[in-house]
Design a protein around this ligand. Structure first.
Ligand SMILES: [Zn+2]
Ligand SMILES: [Zn+2]
Length: 375
């Protein structure tokens, strides 16, 4: 369930997410880096995660600093964000607003702490705001029940299902941790509109795929008018330089549903490639220049994956579980733990769903578990 996990690039991305460990001391004060034009970045650590950091961006505005994403909810992360803002001569209590690229905890987890310190507003696309509402209200067992049902429908063997059932029936800890709620956004980011950042033009570009309400933010900094103005793109997780974001079925969707997250993602990549982008400011890893070139690489990566899935389905009808086992991951299937297998099945499901939508695959039976073949 990507919605409650940090981005987990289980897929055989063109670069492994398990890169070198972060080199700086996470407890040391963090300095913001000046990117020019009233934009700074602060690396906010994601403890115990190979991704290392969320790159939080600070936009200067006439009403005070506006953050693009806030980071992971952890005292170390909060300390880094706090010291980064102080290095700019401002403070966390001065933050005027937060533009959340999407609802994942490495982006939106720390928003509540920022709001508590500053009273800032939070803006998010309504489709991801709905996911926040779902996460905040659904009991934990509902997610596990959803995973169990998904694995059953996929034709998973009993031991894989049992691994999740064991977590569902595990006794509650003696001291129950307080339930962590995510901040509820109080403004909407609407595709094509300008976000409310006084003194600069920040255009909202809806880029569903990684999540249903993911957005990129295009800084219209160049000469000219409207969306033809060139500028840097705050790309969130949509466009990353060395890894591809997890594309699974949207939370709340299931086998047999109608959404097509991979189709959405490919369309969102085309949308971004058409923008006049002068540089990319992603939420992880590092800045890069060639947005359209990176889009081409990511499209090719998913087309290769779709092609090898189609080859599987041409040789014999398969269940979703068998499809997932037969796909390429960043570790051998046997070494993926129960949680990563759930993520992998979700990613396999999004690729299968896209082949079904393209008319290149179809179910061959309607009883459980469903098998699919090339059409
Ligand atoms: Zn992320
Ligand atoms: Zn994400």
């Amino acid at each position: 369930m990507a919605a409650t996990e940090p981005d987990n690039a289980t897929s055989a991305a063109d670069a492994s997410p398990a890169g070198p460990a972060p080199t700086h001391d996470d407890a040391a004060p963090v300095a913001a880096t000046d990117l020019g034009g009233g934009v700074w970045t602060i690396p906010v650590p994601i403890p115990d995660n190979p991704l290392g950091h969320t790159l939080v961006y600070v936009l200067e505005s006439e009403r005070g600093p506006v953050l693009v994403d806030a980071g992971w909810n952890d005292p170390t992360s909060l300390a880094a964000l706090t010291s980064g803002l102080e290095s700019l001569g401002t403070s966390i209590s001065d933050v005027h607003g937060i533009l959340a690229t999407h609802n994942h905890p490495d982006h939106h987890g720390l928003s509540q702490a920022v709001v508590d310190a500053s009273g800032a507003w939070i803006a998010m696309h309504e489709a991801d705001a709905a996911q926040v509402e779902m996460i905040n209200t659904a009991p934990r067992t509902q997610w596990l029940d959803h995973h169990i049902a998904t694995l059953r429908a996929a034709g998973a063997p009993q031991d894989a299902i049992d691994a999740v059932v064991d977590r569902r029936t595990a006794p509650a800890p003696l001291v129950e941790k307080p339930r962590q709620l995510y901040a509820t956004p109080n403004r909407s980011l609407v595709h094509g509109e300008l976000a409310d950042v006084k003194g600069r033009d920040v255009r909202v570009i809806w880029t569903p795929g990684h999540t249903p309400g993911h957005v990129c933010l295009h800084l219209e900094e160049g000469i000219g008018t409207g969306s033809a103005r060139a500028g840097r793109l705050l790309s969130g997780d949509h466009l990353l330089p060395g890894i591809t974001p997890h594309i699974g079925l949207y939370a709340g969707d299931a086998t047999g549903g109608e959404s097509d997250p991979l189709g959405d993602f490919l369309a969102s990549l085309a949308r971004v490639a058409a923008l006049p982008v002068t540089g990319v400011l992603p939420a992880h890893q590092h800045l890069f220049d060639n947005a359209a070139g990176r889009v081409e690489e990511i499209v090719a990566f998913h087309e290769r994956r779709l092609g090898s899935l189609l080859t599987q389905l041409q040789s014999s009808p398969r269940t979703l579980w068998e499809i997932a086992c037969g796909m390429e991951w960043n570790r051998p299937w046997e070494e993926l733990g129960a949680q990563n297998r759930i993520v992998a099945v979700s990613e396999a499901a999004s690729h299968l769903r896209h082949l079904l939508k393209r008319g290149q695959a179809a179910p061959v039976n309607l009883d459980d578990p469903i098998r699919y073949a090339a059409a």
